[in-house]
Design a protein around this ligand. Sequence first.
Ligand code: E4P
Length: 224
Amino acid sequence: MRLFLDTANIEQIRHGVRLGVVSGITTNPSIISREGKVDYQSLVKEICSIVPGPVSTEVLSQDAQGMIAEAREIAKWAENITVKIPASLDGIEATSVLAKENIKVNLTLCFSLNQAILGATAGATFVSPFVGRLDDIGEDGMKVVADIAQYLCYYQLPTQVIAASIRHPQHCLAAARAGAHIATVPYKVLLQMIQHPLTDIGIKRFTEDWEKVMGAKSIDPGKL
Ligand code: E4P
């Protein structure tokens, strides 16, 4: 399972890329707004220059023609742009047109297998079921991810499922077990994924044992 970061914050993105584990970015209008009153195009172009993989950027129009016009413009901003289109009827119409023009679409605000089936059939590159938001209303968000992953695999379709609206590390585990191609995670969750108290205790103990006998906290690479 690949990892994308669900943020538009440049520092967080730079750190994720430096770690070597972030291969794409997802944004939405709320995520962009968190960065203040920014120049949308400049911010997205900067993100695209930092990240090696797909950067999802959402349209704001709600009618098919408006979405298509916006997506065509956004797609010119960088090679690695993916346009986020909502899983509405107009969104499916827009996805069909854009896919034929080889513009990559991430079908967003996806909450059911039926929406994903329509998105994949229309030619979306990615479909993004929102796990946390489904859990919030008492549904099983990860079951939708698993159903979509199984459907795409069974019919050998090229569309990839992105487990989105991830809220905590347990969601990452469940997404991997459900067969998601990608999980897009908030920066906070990315940092939580590495945490384990036994790792911290182990590092401390190794250092103390070494220091007791060798009299130094670390190895001098020059003396190896
Ligand atoms: C995914 O592409 C969305 O940007 C995101 O995961 C939404 O998550 P939220 O439900 O935490 O807003």
